[in-house]
Design a protein around this ligand. Structure first.
Ligand code: FAD
Ligand code: UDP
Length: 379
């Protein structure tokens, strides 16, 4: 069998690329090391019948019509507006909306003082505006400082140390900017135009996307079993002159010869509880205590009505490369980007090699962003 393109990885980056190439008439082979498709968006029913996200909670949201239209060819959507609250006082089950908003402001400071601070915030930043915590902390005004200090202490600093091992100032500013202070009573986590969960789940979406006569998918197949990157790219021992779309970690493609690219990994602890519901929102962030960062309850996503419920706790720690560990979050800083650049130079010598995705490009992508990137790369 001759393949025009070999795609490594069956997550969004690989699957979208494969589909677009197949529709153009190319024969595409996908090699996926895991026993399933879908990458980190993979979902499945657990023993209680709850549709769980095996690699952490995934909520689709986008402002890109192109992305929404493309993915809507393979799924219908269940409308779901993600809402998150934080347990923001040690040992207390009191909660407030995250991102920190005008409702949170009143929970934190009380009605009267909250209203006064709201006026100050509005006068400085305007209505319905989003302000990053790092920017807010630069403010000189004593009242704005007071809000910034509160939010920093009760929402950001402990959570970020759990998630990244360092305080907010030491991580990529784009990361905390995803969760701004929002001068609004809109308590949704995302304000994107389209938001939801694939009606039959992400795995079903991927099954449809990859169901094309020109696509062959081999799961349980690490790329190294069939492909070798030496002077040329060899496929089953013979020179392969087609394209290779690589969506795995770039350092691993070159046996980590300059050292490993640093990542954070996560341990997921799933629990099925003999009760209908566990918590008031889809996700509760633990921003001041506990070792885990957040708990997610999956039935909010799926809308399933079942007597039991399944939750997941997320514990973050450094990725070591040990067997079975998954690199989830690239740690973006100048030193790591320089190391990534050295691997990029090695990759550049293979003319047909395309690096795509959150691992191969060593950056954070939401599902819609990597879908758009794949569409644009294809074009
Ligand atoms: P992946 O999904 O990681 O796919 C890469 C695939 O390549 C994997 O299946 C891997 O097994 C395979 N692979 C790697 N190396 C090899 C090899 N050598 N041989 C064969 N196969 C290989 N995005 C959102 O939009 N909304 C969310 O709510 C959201 N929540 C998230 C929560 C968590 C905990 C995490 C970690 C991410 C979340 N994301 C979310 C981001 C989302 O997971 C990514 O946008 C998406 O997975 C990127 O797709 P990808 O194809 O680049 O990578
Ligand atoms: N963050 C925080 N407290 C929160 C939520 C987020 O400190 O309650 C910070 C933290 O550094 C986190 C970042 O904001 O890594 C981005 O949060 P997001 O929810 O987007 O993270 P993800 O879902 O990608 O893990």
């Amino acid at each position: 069998m001759y393949y025009n393109t070999i795609v490594i990885g069956a997550g969004f980056a690989g699957a979208v690329s494969a589909r677009l190439l197949a529709e153009k008439g190319e024969k595409v082979l996908i090699l996926e090391q895991r026993p399933h498709i879908g990458g980190n968006a993979y979902d499945r029913l657990d023993q209680a019948g709850v549709l769980i996200h095996q690699y952490g909670p995934h909520i689709f949201h986008t402002n890109s019509e192109k992305v929404f239209d493309f993915l809507s060819r393979f799924t219908e959507w269940r409308d779901y507006q993600h809402r998150v609250v934080a347990r923001f006082l040690p040992g207390s089950d009191a909660v407030m909306p995250v991102p920190f908003n005008l409702t949170s402001l009143r929970i934190a400071f009380g009605e009267e003082e909250g209203a006064r601070l709201e006026e100050k915030l509005r006068a400085r930043f305007g209505r319905e505006q989003k302000v990053g915590i790092l920017a807010l902390r630069q403010e000189e005004d004593e009242d704005l400082k007071k809000v910034a200090d509160y939010v920093y202490e009760h929402v950001f600093v402990h959570y970020t140390v759990k998630q990244w091992g360092t305080p907010p100032e030491q991580i990529d500013p784009a990361t905390t900017a995803r969760v701004p202070v929002f001068l609004s009573t809109d308590d949704r986590y995302f304000q994107d135009r389209w938001q939801g969960i694939p009606k039959d789940g992400y795995t079903a979406l991927f099954e449809k996307m990859l169901d094309h006569p020109n696509i062959t998918v081999l799961t349980g197949t690490p790329a190294g079993k069939r492909l070798t990157f030496g002077d040329n790219i060899l496929f089953d021992g013979a020179v392969f002159d087609g394209k290779v779309v690589y969506t795995g970690a770039l350092d691993e493609l070159f046996d980590c010869r300059f050292g490993r690219l640093p990542y954070r990994t996560l341990d997921f602890q799933f629990e099925t509880l003999d009760r209908e519901w566990f918590q008031p929102r889809g996700t509760v962030n633990y921003t001041v205590d506990e070792d885990f960062t957040r708990i997610t309850e999956f039935k909010y996503f799926s809308g399933q009505q079942l007597p039991k419920t399944t939750i997941v706790k997320e514990y973050s720690r450094p990725y070591t490369g040990a067997e079975g560990e998954i690199p989830y979050y690239a740690i973006i800083n100048p030193e790591n980007m320089a190391l990534y650049g050295r691997y990029q130079e090695l990759a550049a010598k293979y003319l047909g090699l395309v690096l795509l995705g959150r691992l191969a490009e060593y950056r954070y992508y939401n599902m819609d962003a990597i879908t758009l990137r794949a569409i644009e790369t294809f074009a």
